[in-house]
Design a protein around this ligand. Structure first.
Ligand code: NAD
Length: 499
């Protein structure tokens, strides 16, 4: 049995708690490794060591820190296939999707190469008579990242890149379901020149998370995961005086207008609804066609596309569309929700429940399911299913579709498919959701913008990555300065060497 470790002061360190969590192979249902679950004492010790390493790293000039990011990016590229395989092995997503997971994290590291520019601060000459003001951005000290299972490379990279490039030390607590990629990234960062102790990877569960939240040295917490945990972590971190940004779950709607290109909309929905088995916080889980004709045209196009999807393990080749879900509990929960949809009167147009894969009978596979005539009272509408299930809610008008999207408690991403610029513009202006796609199903902003939802999809201020992340991981110090005259009178004005 492969026993995983923590990464402390640049070395793999065995857990001492005696508690472990199984890391499953979701395609076979077999245990492939066990990951140690840290105690409060182990977490506190990792933080204390990070606090020793941080001052020298914080005092290293930003350009040198950026050079570590440059080397790190080169190493990630060099090890792309290996990292993607690590992601797929524990998460179950396909290899092309695993590479995408690494790539979207790498792009944030590329922005971190420009950290000196992000950290320049502000300056005003002559803010008053002979008075200059400048504001500098300084690292917070030791910060923490707590990440979910569904992007084992991307989200740890979103956390560590800006935090470290800003001069902080970070304690990262990856998901106990997919911990190996973060451990490998830590090794690559060391190879890139990051001093030992500046990044600690501590594996664990609620005990380690609570220890982070209660540790006085930890100055800030960047969390990504489900909404109830995001809200809990936000509350506890804030009441302990920490800066916190906690990104939660989602229920992303895509509106399809009657003038949309229906084939393109159907292609987009299938990719965004079923890619990564629907386990993306930016997955589209609700299609909202406007008008009965649009709804019928969409169903007609969706069904053959969904029935053609190839579901299988990542090892079965690059033409697999999606893999298993993460755990048997997730599989049972998804099946239970499909059952509830049928009972509550939705029309199950494609039923994925019977799906079985020869040789992988114990894997956590769920076939793709499509519901039509879903209504907002149904559990399949209210819950974040986080599985390969797409629900269609029929709307009578654009205003009704917009209201449905706006009344939903989540506000991570949304999308509109239309040929009309004015409708798209109106939608983008009015909708109360953080990331909007126009003829674009998964509008994850590029890394030099920033990522964040609204409503129950995010707690706290400032988004992840991009300029916001540099603000989150630094504090502002503003200096007001004046110099009394005196030196000019009687001073030496001849140009001579300083001595
Ligand atoms: P999760 O909330 O179960 O776990 C996230 C992290 O919190 C893990 O590191 C886990 O160990 C820890 N954790 C779990 N329960 C805890 C508890 N009771 N107390 C303290 N810590 C706890 O989420 P998940 O299942 O790993 O990830 C899927 C969820 O993440 C989905 O809801 C998805 O929408 C969301 N997500 C959101 C974003 C975003 O940016 N908004 C991105 C990716 C995923």
């Amino acid at each position: 049995m492969n026993e995983l470790t923590h990464w402390i002061n640049g070395k793999h360190v065995k857990g001492t708690s005696g508690r472990f969590s199984d890391v499953m192979n979701p395609a076979t249902g077999e245990v492939q490794a066990k990951v140690p679950l840290a105690t409060v004492a182990e977490l506190d010790a990792a933080v204390a060591e990070a606090a020793k390493a941080q001052p020298a790293w914080g005092a290293t000039n930003p350009q040198r820190r950026a050079r570590v990011m440059m080397k790190f990016a080169a190493l990630i590229n060099e090890h792309m296939d290996e990292l993607a395989e690590l992601v797929s092995r524990e998460h179950g997503k396909t290899l092309p999707d695993g590479r995408g997971d690494v790539q979207r994290g790498l792009e944030v590291i590329e922005v971190c190469m420009g950290a000196p520019h992000m950290l320049k601060g502000e300056y005003m000459n002559d803010g008053g008579p002979g008075i200059d003001l400048y504001a500098m951005r300084q690292p917070l000290g030791v910060v923490a990242g707590i990440t979910p299972f569904n992007f084992p490379a991307m989200i740890p990279l979103w956390k560590m890149g800006p935090a470290l490039a800003s001069g902080n030390a970070m304690v990262l607590k990856p998901s106990e379901r997919c911990p190996s990629t973060a451990l490998r990234l830590a090794e690559l960062l060391q190879e890139a020149g990051l001093p030992d102790g500046v990044l600690q990877v501590v594996n664990g569960d609620k005990e380690a998370v609570d220890a982070i939240l209660d540790n006085d040295t930890v100055q800030a917490v960047g969390f990504v995961g489900s909404t109830p945990i995001a809200q809990y972590i936000y509350g506890r971190a804030c009441s302990n005086g920490k800066r916190a940004q906690c990104f939660g779950g989602a229920k992303n709607h895509m509106i399809i207008m009657p003038d949309a290109d229906m084939d393109k909309a159907a292609d987009a929905l299938v990719g965004a609804g079923f890619g990564a088995a629907g386990e993306r916080c930016m997955a589209i889980s609700v299609a909202v066609p406007v008008g009965e004709k649009t709804a019928d045209a969409l169903i007609e196009r969706l069904v053959p596309r969904i029935e053609k999807l190839k579901v299988g393990p990542y090892t079965a080749g690059e033409d697999v569309d999606y893999g298993p879900v993460i755990t048997s509990q997730a599989e049972q929960r998804i099946r239970g929700l499909i059952e509830s949809g049928v009972k509550q009167g939705a029309e199950l147009v494609v039923d994925g429940r019977g799906f079985k894969l020869q040789g992988y009978e114990n894997g956590y596979f769920v076939g793709p399911s499509l519901f039509d005539r879903v209504t907002p009272e149904m559990d399949i509408y209210k819950e974040e299913i986080f599985g390969p299930v797409l629900s269609q809610v029929r709307a009578g008008s654009y205003e009704e579709a917009l209201k449905l999207t706006m009344d939903n408690p989540y506000g991570n991403g949304t999308s509109i498919f239309t040929a009309d610029g004015d409708t798209a513009r109106d939608f983008a202006n009015r909708v109360n959701v953080g990331m909007v796609g126009i003829n674009f199903p998964i509008p994850v902003p590029l890394s030099y913008f920033s990522f964040g939802g609204w409503k129950k999809s995010a707690f706290g201020d400032l988004n992840q990555y991009g300029p916001d992340a540099f603000k989150f991981y630094t504090k502002t110090k503003t200096v007001t300065a004046r110099w009394f005259s005196g030196i000019k009178e009687g001073g030496e004005f001849a140009f001579k060497a300083m001595d």
